[in-house]
Structure formats: structure tokens, C-alpha cells
Design a protein around this ligand. Sequence first.
Ligand code: OGA
Ligand code: NI
Length: 328
Amino acid sequence: MSAIPVIDMAPLEGSDADRDSVAAAIDRACRETGFFCVVGHGVPPELVASVDGLAREFFARPEEEKARIAMPHGGRAWRGWFPLGGELTSGRPDWKEGVYFGEELGADDPRVRTRLPLHGANLFPEQPAGLRDAVLEYIDAVTGVGHRLLRGVSRALGLDDDWFDRHLTETPTILFRIFRYPPLPADTRAWSVGEHTDYGLLTILAQDAHGGLEVRGPDGWVAAPPVPDAFVVNLGDMLERMTGGRYRSTPHRVRNPGGADRLSMPLFLDPAWDAEVRPIPGGPRRDLAHDMDRWDGASVHEWSGTYGDYLFAKVAKVFPALVDDVIA
Ligand code: OGA
Ligand code: NI
């Protein structure tokens, strides 16, 4: 039995009592593990399979072809492909390659006009040709799942269902990534991705059948094994900050011990770039004991500012070479 609960989110569209029961399950999962799986999310399995298949086709193309959409071409929008070893989590290179996408924003969007980092147009490869439409449809569908889940989180916190919509996620920061994790070389004990927490509100992850994701539960590391047609959901630092530590931004890591490539696709649904993220009104006090031992030694409770400031500082650590480009 996995320690990661599976929650059917379909009743979030039902009666008050239905919503209360989902909210109670969400509340328990957020307090205990900060990780859960959702089913009943309404995203067609064919859409997930199509993005997965097209992404595998892309990763199999020659390096020089993939390099045509390499991240330096994405500029301040911070989009595109990076090669194996190109991203540093916890200061060490991850054993993965990937593509960064986000909400597709044109030059006329106010956030692009004011030159906000991480906002702009995606870079799509010419081949496979279907990747663009599949990715955009996927981002739309899974962003919708995230907004619906946040209504459940609001209810779980005793707030109005639309609290997040009104305060933090009317114009959310949406990032979407597709990763390929090759088997780890046999002579290394490194992680495919080292221990870290996510930065924002909710991460909604589709993983293939391979396994390898591990979560730091209250009693030690536990596996988050694949559940067919489910998304893995975990909380980011902003939810931990807002709830004074009642909800957990749980450390996690990935290890692909071998056999075959592992593919995963996380979508990050985060606060608006200029939103100030504060503890929620009437919320609990911070839990000092818990933030003593954070992976990065930094407390999310002592920091204050806009979500954009927080995210930018974090991303600068995992892609140091790109910062000059953006600050320039
Ligand atoms: C992440 C992450 C896990 C995975 O991108 O933040 O933790 O399974 N990904 O790819
Ligand atoms: Ni993560």
C-alpha cells in the first residue's frame, strides 16, 4: 500500500456535502503528506497519452535539431529545450533532459509588454508537428483541474470556494515541463533529481508507468508509485507559507534506477507574478519545528514579497547561466 492517498475530485462539482467530503480528504492529505493522487479529474487519458508519445518522439530527434529550440532562444520567457545535465536542483546537475513550456502569451499581453520574466511565447519544435496543439490543449485542461482543486483547498481551509480565484490565481503563473529521465549510470549514487520542494501553489504531475518518484513523509521517504490515469498533486512553498505550516510543501526527489526512460510532465499552477503571498486571515500560527529542517535551509515563513520575486530567485539557482539574459 502506498502512503499517498488517492482522491476522487469529481464530487467537487456536486452538492455542498459532496464538496465537503472532498475538502476533508484534501485537508488530511495536505496536512499529512502534502502529496496525493487525483482521479475523476476529467482530462481524457488519450490527451495525456498523446503528449507523452509526441514528447518521446521529440526527445528521440537528433541533438542539433532539438537545439533549435534550446532555452537560450526563449530569452526572458524562459522556454525551450535543455540537454541532459542542464538543470541544477540543490546545486547539482539533474540526470534529465526536458522542455519548458508555459501559458502561451502573445506580444500584446500586458505581462509580456511589461517584460515580466517567465512570460511569453512558447518554443515548439517543427517535428513532431502535433506537439504544439497537444501541449496547448494539455496546459488548458490541466490548468482547469488545478483551478477546480484550489476551490477544494479553499473549502478545506474554511475559506470561500473562490478565495484563490479572487486573491491569487485570477492571472496565475502557469509553467509546464516535460522531462525525460534516462536510467542513472550504474556507477553513480546520484539522484535523477535531488531533494527539493516546489515553489508555488499546486504541482499537477502526469508520470508514466516507470515509477521512481519519492516523497518525504512524516516517517521517512515513501514511493509515489504510478496510479493509472491519475495525476500526482503536491503543494508548493506558497501554500505552506499561507497556512503557517499547516499544509506541507513536501520535499521530493526522483531516481530512475534503470530499465528504460522515465517520462514525467509537471504543470505548476502558481500565484500571479505580482501577488503578495501572505498568511491567510485567521490562519494557524507557523510551525517552527517543521521549517527547521528544510532542504534548502530557507524558511518560507520569514520571507515576504511578491510571488514573482520568490520564483525568480529560485529559478536563477537552477539555471544560473540564463539569469544574465533576463536581467540585461
Ligand atoms: C519537479 C519534480 C518530479 C518528476 O519538476 O519539480 O519534482 O517526477 N518532478 O518529474
Ligand atoms: Ni518538484
